[in-house]
Design a protein around this ligand. Structure first.
Ligand code: S3P
Length: 426
């Protein structure tokens, strides 16, 4: 699908966003292995979170998707059943990596794979700790999906993560549910902590000491009724759109503001963005509130070291903002971007160049000089949801109409994106 985007006069009004993708996956997985009926409001409408539900159904879990809630009939820690076919994680790295942690502890074998993009993403990062725990896992060429997982009675481990990854951390913690005793994961830098928070909500015992997170195995998890906050990573596209287009004033309501995610707002504020946070409240351990953003000239900045994992999903759209900022954007220490849904250093740079924007690519990042103009261009999502949305936002500030090829990729996390964008763009 091609989307045509015309230059915008303003981005204004008020919107709500679908539920956070990361939190939705975790609530669904924990709901499936908890005892009783879990009800989730504002579950992510993205294809990735539907992939998680599909896999859970194939594992014998009864799930009802209603207009206003997802109802998961949990079967307890030992209630999953051997699936009849290969589990399909679609495009979703979170699904394959987190579910593998659960599958490693099952008394039956499973095979799990996904689409072409997922089949190129490294899984050795989860295979290693799960093998240490006692599972046997085979992968294509030793590291790519599909994975053949032979579950086992798992041993608890104390594991120092070699890469900063919430997905790998979560995989080991979820496997730890099936290990007798205490499993510990040590992070090199803090990553999103939705798994820890959700585990506590469902009745698990999780302790955090600095960057070491420990979980007790074989807990009894109980069903919960939960509302998923709006996705801050989806909000990022609207925040940047409003910052870029003069005259904009946009209210984004009910957005997740978990401190391991909200570095985005601090980073934008540090660049001079006019952003206000209103009506903050906590529910089930997760903060949420409204975010008001107004068009502002922004300075530019540097994303490096620990900030990289806090902003990992937002870097594509921040690169767009960087090109229009006063001093530009520098990204370093971000080689992880190369193993996302696409090589996001390459796909961001390619689209920036099509817009006539200069960018210097490095092995672990990029340098985007500021004060650049965007000319009308044919842009491409390259099948990556965040690239589709980041460059739809760039198109709003371009000198003429732009086209986004394969714009349907946005559906992976945010099927309503283009419709919501039209709602607030004049
Ligand atoms: C996610 C963690 C991040 C992020 C992804 C979702 C999660 O991946 O890029 O979109 O839900 O845990 P990594 O943990 O692999 O960096």
């Amino acid at each position: 699908m091609r989307e045509r985007i015309s230059p915008a006069r303003s981005v204004s009004g008020s919107i709500t966003l679908p539920g956070d993708k990361s939190i939705s996956h975790r609530y669904a997985i924990l709901g499936a292995i908890a005892e009783g009926t879990t009800r989730l409001r504002n579950y992510s409408t993205g294809a990735d979170c539907a992939s998680t539900l599909g896999c859970l159904r194939a594992l014998g879990i009864d799930i009802e998707v209603r207009a206003d809630e997802v109802v998961i009939h949990g079967r307890g820690l030992d209630g999953l059943r051997e699936p009849a076919a290969t589990l399909d994680a679609g495009n979703s790295g979170s699904t394959i990596r987190m579910l593998s942690g659960i599958l490693a502890g099952q008394p039956f074998p499973t095979r799990i794979g996904g689409d072409e993009s997922l089949s190129r993403r490294p899984m050795d990062r989860i295979m290693k700790p799960l093998a240490e725990m006692g599972a046997r896992i085979e992968a294509r060429n030793g590291r790519y999906p599909p994975l053949e997982i032979r579950g086992a009675k798992l041993r608890p481990i104390d594991y120092a993560l070699p890469v900063a990854s919430a997905q790998v951390k979560s995989c080991v913690l979820l496997a730890g549910l099936y290990a007798e005793g205490r499993t510990t994961v040590r992070e090199p830098v803090a990553t999103r902590d939705h798994t820890e928070i959700a585990l506590r909500e469902f009745g698990g015992s999780v302790e955090t000491a600095g960057r070491a997170i420990s979980i007790e195995g074989r807990p009894r998890l109980s069903a919960r009724e939960l509302a998923v906050p709006g996705d801050l990573s989806s909000a990022a596209f609207f925040l940047v759109a409003a910052l870029l287009v003069p005259g904009s004033r946009l209210l984004i309501q009910g957005v997740g503001l978990n401190p391991t995610r909200s570095a985005l707002l601090d980073f934008l504020a540090s660049m001079g963005a006019r952003i206000r946070i209103l009506n903050v409240a906590q529910s089930a351990g997760e903060l949420a509130g409204d975010v008001l953003v107004e068009h502002s000239p922004v300075k530019g900045g540097v994303i490096e070291k620990a900030l990289v994992s806090s902003l990992i999903d937002e870097i594509p759209v921040l690169a767009v903002l960087g090109a229009a900022s006063d001093e530009g954007l520098v990204v370093r220490d971000a080689a992880e971007l190369r193993v996302k849904e696409t090589d996001r250093i390459a796909t961001v740079a390619e689209n920036l160049r099509r817009l006539g924007v200069q960018v210097e690519v490095t092995p672990d990042g990029m340098r985007v000089p500021g004060r650049q103009r965007f000319r009308a261009a044919d842009l491409d999502s390259f099948g990556d949801h965040r690239i589709a949305m980041a460059f739809a936002v760039a198109a709003l500030a371009a000198e003429g109409e732009c086209v986004i090829e394969s714009a349907e990729a946005a559906c992976v996390s945010f099927p309503e994106f283009f419709q919501k964008l039209r709602q607030v763009v004049e």
